[in-house]
Design a protein around this ligand. Structure first.
Ligand code: SF4
Length: 324
């Protein structure tokens, strides 16, 4: 029975792929569509300094443009938010070319600007901060910054992990023995204590969480920790190509099949993947945000870089909607 279901799922995936090819082909030749929707904004903040040394680090490509640890990303933000809002977007993600919690004043300045725009009528429903979480239990972060950021409109903190298992996660971050990393329970507790929503980015990483058994084990453990929003994508090169850190295509297919066969689907994402209800936990399987396809009639994410450039994607030359 499971085998038959898997064949059916494979046929559906193949059909979806063929439809996507046909749609892309038609759009390439028929110029009757423009951008209808911009879903969200990513803002690069902080100095680019990081307390981890991941072998797979993609942040290093962005570091040449990093600001100081106190200067928020302000230039370009107003245009990006107004544009995204007018095209129906609803979320802002604060990220960094390093670890944003190492530049808390820059995060504060950026959030102040987002709050100012909100007061002008350009508020976004969700403002998320992406972090490796190591500093979430630091006294100053916990007692001063997290409550301050909440008062400036931050809604959720998304902690990136490679596995709920402490040792496996630590191994991926490749930190020196003397670097203290709190447990995931402590990180989640700090976020909850500040009245913010904890989210987890569970990376699908070859040799770590890269198959349905480990994926399900992680979801169960996260639900036990009181985390109800988990997003996953396969690690890959910044341009979206597979590399040595990516799970095998077969294992990724099996993870997709596990969600499809066992969990009610909440909604699809136009760029691929979807959101599923895993026993009350929202499990989102998505793709790495990288290049923008010119044949798409949507922008998945506007990116605000620290020099004020607003771009249609992360890693493509010339893909700008604002550049000084
Ligand atoms: S935590 Fe992020 S920025 Fe820091 S080394 Fe790892 S991938 Fe790079």
């Amino acid at each position: 029975m499971t085998y038959l279901k898997m064949v059916l799922f494979a046929l559906m995936v193949a059909l979806e792929t063929v439809i996507d090819w046909i749609r892309t082909f038609i759009r390439r030749w028929i110029v009757d569509t423009c951008v209808d929707k911009i879903y969200s904004i990513s803002v690069v903040v902080g100095s680019g300094e990081c307390n981890a040394k991941c072998r797979h680090c993609g942040g290093r490509f962005l570091r040449p443009g990093a600001l100081s640890g106190v200067q928020g990303t302000i230039k370009g933000l107003e245009s990006a938010i107004i544009l995204c809002k007018q095209y129906g977007g609803w979320a802002i993600s604060l990220t960094s070319s390093g670890e944003p919690l190492m530049s808390p004043d820059a995060v504060t300045e950026t959030l102040r600007e987002i709050d100012r725009l909100k007061r002008m009528g350009y508020g976004m429903a969700f403002v998320n901060l992406f972090t490796n979480g190591f500093l979430l239990t630091d006294q100053r972060i916990r007692e001063h910054y997290l409550p301050l950021w909440k008062s400036l409109g931050l809604t959720a903190v998304a902690i990136s992990i490679h596995d709920v298992d402490y040792a496996r996660n630590r191994e991926c971050y490749n930190v020196a023995d003397e670097v203290a990393i709190p447990t995931l329970a402590e990180m989640v507790g700090a976020v909850k204590d500040a009245g913010l929503v904890p989210r987890i980015t569970l990376l699908l990483h070859r040799g770590y969480c890269d198959n349905p058994v480990d994926y399900q084990r992680n979801l169960d453990a996260l639900r036990d920790l009181g985390v109800y929003m988990v997003t996953s994508w396969a690690m890959c090169k910044p341009n979206g190509e597979w590399n040595q850190y990516s799970p095998s295509r077969w294992n990724l297919f099996r993870i997709r099949f596990f969600l499809w066969a066992n969990c009610p689907r909440v909604f699809n994402q136009i760029w691929g993947g979807g959101v599923y209800n895993y026993h009350g936990l929202s499990a989102r399987l998505t793709t790495y945000v990288s290049e923008h396809k010119p044949t798409n009639n949507f922008i998945r994410q506007l990116v605000v870089f620290q020099d004020g450039t607003v771009a249609y994607s992360w890693f493509q030359e010339g893909n700008f909607c604002l550049k000084g």
